[in-house]
Write a protein that binds this ligand. Structure first.
Ligand SMILES: [Zn+2]
Length: 277
């Protein structure tokens, strides 16, 4: 029988194996709220893992906690892989942002959640609020508990591994703005989807932002004024990163280039880029 980690009042964490981005191997399933609760990011594909989640929800119910929904922080596979099967097994609706719902045609989203929605409640009457934080994914939501200054952070930060802002469904400018939006809440703790809870929350958020801006500066500095393919820039812009990670770095760099283009610093012509004077 699984023992969830108790992270703060009304917050339990259950890491279970998922097909996620290495070096992470698990996704944290959070039960949020100890009066009215949601199960965040039902994703573990193995039947045995899902049995453990059913047992967790049943135990919560026996303790008088009303579990009301399955809550998706965003649409990525390692966050939603168990949503449909648990939706059926537990008879719970799926809640997610409208952008997430639009990207998940195979999973019925029963209720769309907007920025500011109250989604769970603790026994002392304090609430957990959804906050829209696009960037890693367009419909990304985090859960904010003002009373304990705890943020369930999804894939905005990682306790293990890194966060990829993929040009296919991510947006670097939005991601940077969302990190700032989270910092403005002055959280004490960040409960990420992968790895352990981070306690120096403001320092972590500042580090993430500064790290991205420093990388973006490197990308800009490495780009000549002649049309250039992005992979040529890897040694200069990502020389400190293992070559094994360069395929991922190339995708991240593409997001930086798009952001720099939006800022008017670089130009694009199909697959090649150049720095503007
Ligand atoms: Zn993700």
């Amino acid at each position: 029988m699984l023992e969830p980690f108790i992270e703060s009042p009304g917050l339990w964490r259950v890491p279970l194996p998922t097909p996620t981005l290495p070096p992470a191997t698990t996704t944290n399933h959070y039960l949020v709220g100890d009066r009215r609760a949601v199960l965040v990011d039902p994703s573990a594909p193995a039947r045995s893992s899902q049995d453990q989640l059913v047992a967790l929800v049943n135990t919560a119910r026996e303790q008088g906690i009303e579990v009301v929904a399955l809550f998706l922080t965003h649409h990525h596979r390692d966050h939603v892989g168990a949503a449909q099967s648990l939706r059926v097994r537990l008879g719970l609706p799926v809640w997610a942002h409208a952008h997430t719902a639009a990207l998940l045609p195979e999973i019925p989203v029963d209720r769309t959640i907007n920025d500011g929605a109250c989604v769970a409640e603790n026994a002392d009457g304090t609430t957990w609020q959804a906050v829209h934080t696009p960037g890693h994914a367009p419909g990304h939501l985090v859960l904010w508990h003002e009373a304990t200054a705890m943020l369930v952070a999804g894939d905005m930060v990682a306790g293990e591994g890194t966060i990829l802002v993929d040009p296919q469904d991510g947006h670097m400018g939005d991601y940077l703005a969302s990190l700032e939006k989270m910092a403005r809440l002055h959280p004490h703790g960040l409960a990420p989807a992968h790895g352990q809870v981070l306690h120096e929350a403001l320092a972590v958020l500042t580090h993430y932002r500064m790290h991205r801006l420093a990388r973006e500066h490197k990308v800009l500095e490495s780009l000549p004024q002649e049309w250039t393919a992005p992979d040529v820039l890897l040694p200069a812009a990502y020389g400190d990163v293992s070559r094994l990670a360069w395929p991922i770095a190339l995708r991240s760099m593409q997001s930086h280039l798009i952001h720099l283009q939006e800022l008017g610093r670089v130009e694009r012509n199909g697959d090649v880029w150049r720095r503007r004077n």
